[in-house]
Design a protein around this ligand. Structure first.
Ligand code: ME8
Ligand code: MG
Length: 683
């Protein structure tokens, strides 16, 4: 039997909206670990995917007038595209509407029934569709005639709960409290971080109740026929979603290859998620389920923290807080004048460097750009640039054959190696990065101290040669140790110093890879500096990517705020009467869906919710906005514009957008700054 495969999972995401930096964070963290393990020689099975059988997914689809399955196909593909763009090296992508999952989920439920783990009953209680979670009455409060979650965590819904009364089936979760407490006592390293472990233990100690596992809905996976009174019932989405970790690698599969994969990778080595879905679901229900079907429990479950954006909870009602990872990486690239994938690496770097993994963090666009400049451009980028420039200036790009005393740079890299490996293995990403940057900073400091430009003039070629060999060694070492976090930029770095592509962790300090006589490429900026960073620029790029281009193009461009105010024109202003303005009905609308209009490269076809009605609007935004980026946004529309035909579609209104000039690109969308329902009147 070959070595166990390192099995790492992320949550499978609901496809009721498109991914934001919160989702990307889990992916990036899991990816860094997967890449690290591969570099250490482990075979890895990295699983991610989408959760599609949720009631809320079907609701959103139907609100949009879409078939749920077709809607899921589209959004699941959109998630996948984002992960591909962010260089997430997943090995498998599970969708819970796939047959391989449906079949296994139904079989597990049948097994549970046959083992006496389920019973028929009825449920009367509160349900939060947005959390897809049942709440006991004592967990709720009444306000103004509606029921709410009593003490919602920051990520739980603040909307009214729904009363559900239906026949259902229960999983006898109450039987597992003692078992779980014993298990976690005997395996103290399974749950992390410590705060989540403690939260879970007290949740379990407070008493587990049997939990409803079926719903009378028509979207989802039908209960298997062996379960009595299962007609018209689907498996409760959480109960079935957790099973993706079993179905994807091939539990109960008919395919011997997949069964073998399952044998080789089970149990999961690391299951990552955020704290929202840790305690109740992954640390309680999931291991109880596994135990009920006699499958070994995961080796580690870890909850990272929650991101806010500029101190605010991410919410579609607050568009400034929704940072789309691909758009933002593109904006970084545009401002820095680097390629998109380097922008991605900057985002990956910032996410893992900014906060200790496991703690909450605040994502700030400006903070990310500043870190890019200080750590990547001025820190690592500068080091690489200086090393390669000097090698070319003084030694024609060829590593010189010199001997002499070392300056301690290689030694400091060698010393840091074990700590960094330990940090990666324990998810201490910020620790690993801090440690790596100590070596980078030391490299830059030694250059300042040694003043090689002066020494070369003084004829101390040998000493400068020794320094360069060490600096290039540090470049090599960084190109390996940082590869799990910035795979693209570190590939570039390796090609600049002409190292072999295949990179293993041990290459980091294999100093013979850069022997005397080895030729490196001339310097090319790895992380070009962003010329100017202000809150406005950081926000502007988010809403108006085109406006950012001139800033990146020229180091000397005057910031917009210093530009002289436009002189009032001498012409008589072309006033309109208030009565004329009052004829224009401006109302807010929520974008329900958006798609490109075939053969019209500027047009998007939007369905918007005007509160009292749904409208179709054609808008010339297609060159500046991805359709998905508009979904969920609250926009301003001219509601009483006469309908007109465009490209075979009727446009029932007009959407307001801003451009720098009257004929410029509509890069900025007009939105509103508070939480008002669609259809609100603008006066
Ligand atoms: O819960 N900060 O899916 P989901 C950090 N389908 N991470 C965040 C985040 C934020 N602000 N927002 C989201 C579900 N995440 C279920 C999971 S698994 C069997 C089923 C990340 O789309 C984080 O990983 O609501 C969190 O746990 C997950 O997205 C929730 O994704
Ligand atoms: Mg959620």
């Amino acid at each position: 039997m070959s070595e166990k495969i390192f099995y790492i999972t992320t949550p499978i995401y609901y496809v009721n909206s498109t991914p934001h930096i919160g989702h990307a964070y889990t992916q990036i963290a899991a990816d860094a670990r997967a890449r690290f393990e591969r570099m250490r020689g482990r075979e890895v099975y990295f699983l991610t995917g989408t959760d599609e059988n949720a009631e809320k997914v079907a609701r959103v689809a139907r609100e949009l007038g879409r078939e749920p399955q077709e809607f899921c196909d589209e959004l699941s593909a959109a998630f996948r595209t984002v992960w591909d763009k962010l260089n997430i090296s997943y090995d498998d992508y599970i969708r819970t509407t796939e047959e391989r999952h449906r079949k296994v989920a139904a079989e597990i439920v049948a097994q549970l029934w046959n083992n006496g783990q389920l019973e028929v009953g009825s449920y009367a209680g509160w349900y939060s569709v947005s959390d897809e979670t049942f709440f006991r009455t004592e967990e709720t409060v009444e306000r103004d005639g509606a029921r709410y979650i009593a003490n919602p965590t920051e990520d739980q819904s603040k909307l009214p709960l729904e009363w559900i009364e239906e026949s259902t089936h229960y999983f006898k979760l109450s039987n597992y409290g003692e078992f779980l407490l014993d298990y976690y006592r005997d395996h103290p390293d399974v749950l992390g971080p410590e705060s989540r472990r403690n939260e879970t233990l007290s949740y379990i100690r407070s008493g587990l109740r049997d939990t409803s596992i079926s719903r009378g809905l028509d979207w989802g996976i039908a209960l298997p026929p062996v379960v009595p009174q299962g007609q018209g019932h689907v498996i409760y989405v959480w109960f079935e979603a957790l099973m993706n970790y079993l179905s994807a690698p091939g539990y109960l599969s008919d395919d011997p290859k997949r069964r073998e994969l399952f044998e080789r990778c089970w149990p999961p080595d690391l299951q990552l998620m955020s704290k929202d879905i840790f305690t109740r679901f992954h640390a309680t229900l999931w291991p109880a389920m596994l135990s009920a079907i006699n499958v070994p429990l995961p080796r580690a479950l870890f909850a990272h923290g929650f991101w806010t954006v500029n101190g605010r909870k991410m919410s579609k009602r607050d568009p400034e807080t929704i940072i789309e990872p691909v758009a933002f990486a593109g904006h970084i690239a545009k401002l820095a004048g680097c390629d998109f994938e380097t922008g991605v690496d900057a985002l990956r770097y910032y996410s893992l460097r900014e906060v200790t993994f496991g703690s909450d963090g605040d994502f700030s666009r400006v903070g990310c750009l500043n870190r890019y400049n200080s750590d990547l451009a001025n820190g690592l980028g500068n080091l690489v640039n200086r090393a390669l420039s000097m090698l070319h200036q003084y030694f024609e790009g060829v590593i010189p054959d010199v001997v002499g005393a070392q300056l301690g740079l290689l030694q400091s890299a060698e010393d840091a190696g074990p700590d960094i490996a330990e940090d990666f293995s324990t998810l201490n990403y910020s620790g690993a990065l801090n440690r790596i940057w100590e070596v980078v900073a030391l490299g830059n400091r030694v250059i300042e101290e040694q003043k090689p430009w002066a020494r070369i003039k003084a004829g101390e070629t040998n000493e400068v040669g020794m320094l360069l060999r060490e600096l290039l060694g540090v470049c090599q070492w960084c190109s390996v140790t940082l590869a799990p976090i910035m795979p693209h930029a570190m590939n570039r770095l390796r090609s600049l110093i002409a190292l072999p592509d295949a990179v293993t962790w041990n290459n980091a300090i294999a100093w013979n890879l850069l022997p005397a006589g080895h030729t490196c490429l001339p310097p090319q900026p790895l992380f070009p500096r962003i010329p100017k960073i202000t809150e406005e620029i950081a926000m502007e790029i988010e809403t108006n990517p085109d406006a950012a281009a001139p800033v990146a193009a020229s180091q000397t461009a005057a910031p917009a705020t210093e530009a002289p105010a436009a002189e009032p024109t001498a012409e008589k202003p072309n006033y309109i009467e208030y009565a004329d303005f009052a004829k224009v009905q401006l109302r807010t609308a929520r974008v329900l869906s958006a798609e490109r209009v075939p053969k019209a490269d500027k047009l998007l076809r939007l369905q918007v919710d005007l509160g009292t009605e749904q409208r179709q609007i054609l808008a010339g935004l297609a060159q500046y906005w991805e359709p998905e980026a508009l979904v969920g946004k609250t926009v301003v529309v001219v509601a009483n514009l006469a309908p007109r035909q465009m490209r075979g579609f009727e446009s029932q209104g007009m959407l307001l957008a801003a451009s720098e000039t009257a004929d410029g690109p509509p890069g900025g969308l007009v939105t509103i700054d508070t939480d008002l329902p669609p259809g609100s009147v603008i006066r």
